[in-house]
Design a binder for this molecule. Sequence first.
Ligand SMILES: [Zn+2]
Length: 570
Amino acid sequence: MKMTRLFFKTMRETPSDAEIISHQLMLRAGLIRKEASGIYSYMPLGFRVLRKIEGIIREEMDAIGVQELLMPALLPAESYRESGRWDTFGDEMFRLKDRNQRDFCLGPTHEEIFTGTVRDYARSYRDLPLNLYQIQTKYRDEIRPRFGVMRSREFLMKDAYSFDRDQEGLDASYEAMYQAYRRIFDRLGLEYVVIDADSGTMGGTGSQEFTVRSEAGESEIVQCPDCGYAASSEKAQCIAKSKAESEAVDRLQPEAVSTPNARTIAEVTGFLGCRETDLAKTILYRADRAIVAAMVRGDREINEAKLMSFLGCSSLEMADEESVKSITGAEVGFAGPVGLPVRIIADLELGRGQSLIVGANRTGFHLKHVVPQRDFRAEYADIRMIARGDPCPRCGTALEFGRGIEVGHIFKLGTRYSESLGCSYLDESGSEHPMVMGCYGIGINRTMAAIIEQNHDENGILWPMSIAPWQVIIVPVNVLDEKQASTAEHFYQELKKHNVEVLLDDRNERAGVKFKDADLIGIPIRINVGRKVAEGLVEFRLRYEDNASTLPVEDAVAAVLETIKKHGGS
Ligand SMILES: [Zn+2]
């Protein structure tokens, strides 16, 4: 491609609304164009990269026998009603009606459609296992689209679904997918961790996320430097240090202390002159329809996802003021476990053998010397957020905190969808069973952004060879110089003959402008054809390295081919 013909435009200035590097560079390098909040067009340069990422994904899916198909993005409501998600998806689902007032949505995810399709086609154990995927646009009406294509309202996803006759079959399909994902992200040149997305299950493989380490990531991750345990901070398992049983705490009985206007942890510790760790906070929630109380130590945060999974409820929100008042008999801020007439779930750290300060269920008062399991009964579970200083749940080493971008997610669905949508098969003896399913996603646009987050410098993007929009750029320093122009053109034609993806910057621009653009758009190999061409020499430069070398013109093609091969291009 000659750059005088290329539809592109780079920007010198950093757009003010782009907060993270990948978003800034995608806009500056002219890869994308914003159409509306969370909605982007891909310009030819960006689209080439996107297509290459898709190409690598396709190769690896095909290699493990997953078949590609294409479902519509515009979907009728019926199957989402059957699975129950028409109601539970909420405002994130883009909904619309056709001219006959029938309900449709723009697919946020396609479990229902795949399940329904397989239900209608595969009836026998002989049809299984079955693995299908598509690369399709998804729609989610995000409350806060941000970080460019990282969290957008329209995005490309590779989603695959496996259908097996039993758990063993699912385990095998899942493992094959896991290995394929590793190859995909390795080929994309990403540094990533695979984290358990299942709370509490030690080394569980029910659900795992492929997370690219990056400070721009939206998810906080914890990692153990010793044993390799990794989890999102939401899901990381917290273990309670065991406490020495102390008889001393049993000698004192609960005692009400006046704490007027002290409702928050900071106010209570300030007022009583105690530490946050001496306190337990009690928070009332509405879990589905029931009110429950959750307790964590004063310096901890409740992890609502863990609490929900412990309760097995489908909705969880803080109880409203009226409910708090009627159950505790006090203003908000004074709830405590003693005498509380609801189910109490306490974090593992609040076990026996300690004396706590808690709300007194009486406005303006707290209780001290409250001993768990003596003065109140609770169910115990890990319901808190992991915190700095916490030990690894596997080996006890202090965990390290970092941030990451979730680019892939593999998930053992089991029979959740096959049961609700009636997707079953007949076994050898003719009896019917629900198929056992897995689902496997990769966010393609987000993967592209993650690659930029990990591969850039102050001058622009450093594309890995495997997905660079073009592998080589030839820059005649002065296009008006006959010798430079003709050598560059000759060289360009030669490389094309060798199937090298090559750009020729034939624009009549200053050399500085062309070099800046080449660096910004991140082409891995640059050949500068300048004054030395009179002596039969050109300059060879790798985007990943600072120094350039000078080569005889006749050696340049071989040098390019060798470099592409060495850096994993094809
Ligand atoms: Zn560990």
